[in-house]
Design a protein around this ligand. Structure first.
Ligand code: SF4
Ligand code: SF4
Length: 410
């Protein structure tokens, strides 16, 4: 491979260009743009500069010296890192079979954001968000919800959960401080099934959002802290209820720590489906709702997890389940991921509105989600359609007769 020519780019930019040039020429030269129609940002903006195609083409233009990081950095804000475009891309589907190539737009967006930060180009919302996360060791969950290390376990009041042990439950910042009924539901269902688990001794943010916004040093620092804390308290297994944490622990952490990363990561939705199949949990109380399910992007599109949540829902008596016709790459995003609500809340709202319009077509009264981060934008959009947005764990707890407690908002 020829070296990327240096058109007065910084060394870090030259390295980035050489890493991404093949993938970018691959996309640029095919030009079919199939990805655009599945992109939730494109669907609501029709802005050609904010497509996976443009994200790759910019790299070609930068390599040729036609554009700089400063010129394009802001465009990369317009991505939820949902992964739909990667699945839809024929270069993944066809050449991928032969050359083992995979289009990796999510990684490109993450790394372009990191490149911007490394070159001193900051987006004001991202910068402030990461400064506050650094100060508080937790994300400043949208709005004025107070967060701090001292209060990270407050959600579990009265549930008698020990600290530490071989298996621990990791609770994301949104659920720990804002949607406390979600971790309370999860914890009580696990207790009901006889699963032993503890809480983290000292829990910082997983670092995933910092990585998504381009602050990779901070992300790694947080990851190092959490891993050190797991090791010091004898943790072997981490239960994760949030799809974003799941991605971070199964993709970012192994990339940081390589073979030294010896922690087993278990997605709670998968564990619950298994416990139901094994007869260790039997939802019995009928719930008379007509529902559909919102596939969180991080689960179905990025991790291929879409069956287990449906298994759980089908085990709950009383529910009428009107499922979507499109799962995999076509499923609709909430707009809540990839830092989009931090810089572009109006776009998040439009994407959520789109999602709720699709739910309304199915004539449901309830949209069930398995992602704490999707719930605020979906709930806001649901009001206009009179569709209630509920969390899958809470719904299961209700059918098991568990009084969850906690809060569905600040
Ligand atoms: S990302 Fe894939 S589908 Fe989209 S334009 Fe590039 S090659 Fe085509
Ligand atoms: S990851 Fe999702 S939001 Fe980002 S460019 Fe691809 S389809 Fe669009």
């Amino acid at each position: 491979m020829t070296e990327a020519p240096d058109h007065h780019h910084s060394p870090v930019t030259v390295e980035f260009l050489s890493d991404w040039r093949n993938a970018s020429y691959n996309c640029f030269s095919s030009g079919h743009k199939f990805c655009r129609e599945v992109c939730p940002v494109m669907q609501v903006t029709r802005n050609e500069s904010w497509t996976p195609t443009a994200f790759h083409a910019n790299v070609v233009a930068m390599e040729k010296g036609e554009l700089t990081v400063e010129d394009v950095a802001e465009d990369y804000v317009n991505c939820t890192q949902c992964g739909a475009c990667e699945l839809r891309c024929p270069n993944t589907l066809f050449t991928g079979d032969f050359y083992r190539f995979r289009t990796r737009t999510v990684d490109l967006v993450k790394q372009m954001r990191a490149l911007a930060v490394d070159n001193g180009v900051h987006q004001p919302g991202y910068q402030r968000w990461n400064q506050l996360t650094d100060e508080r060791t937790h994300e400043p969950v949208l709005g004025e919800v107070p967060v701090s290390q001292e209060h990270v376990r407050d959600w579990s009041a009265g549930l008698d959960i020990p600290i530490g042990g071989e298996t621990i439950l990791f609770v994301d910042c949104e659920a720990a401080f804002y949607r406390t009924s979600v971790p309370r539901a999860v914890a009580q269902i696990l207790q009901r099934a006889g699963v032993e688990f503890g809480l983290m001794r000292e829990q910082w943010c997983c670092g995933g959002p910092a990585a998504e916004m381009g602050y990779r040093d901070q992300a790694k620092r947080f990851a190092e802290h959490n891993l050190a804390d797991w090791r010091a308290s004898g943790v072997k297994r981490v239960l994760v209820l949030d799809p974003h944490d799941y991605i971070t622990f199964t993709e970012d952490y192994p990339a940081y720590f390589g073979e030294d990363y010896e922690i087993e990561v278990v997605l709670v939705v998968e564990l619950l489906a298994k416990l139901i199949t094994e007869g260790k949990l039997t939802p019995e109380i009928p719930i008379e709702r007509t529902i559909t399910y919102h596939d969180p992007c991080r689960l179905n599109k990025r991790k291929g997890v879409w069956q287990e949540p449906r298994q759980i829902l089908r085990s709950i008596p009383g529910l009428t389940f009107n499922d979507v016709d499109r799962v995999t790459q076509w499923s609709y995003c909430s707009g809540g991921g990839g830092g989009l609500p931090v810089e572009k809340p109006e776009l998040t709202a439009k994407i959520s509105e789109n999602r709720l319009a699709k739910a309304a077509e199915l004539e449901v009264d309830t949209l069930v989600s398995a992602c704490p981060w999707s719930e605020r934008p979906l709930s806001a959009a649901g009001e206009a359609h009179r569709i209630d947005v509920v969390d899958i764990h809470e719904l299961l707890a209700e059918s098991l007769g568990i009084e969850v407690g906690g809060s569905r908002g600040a």
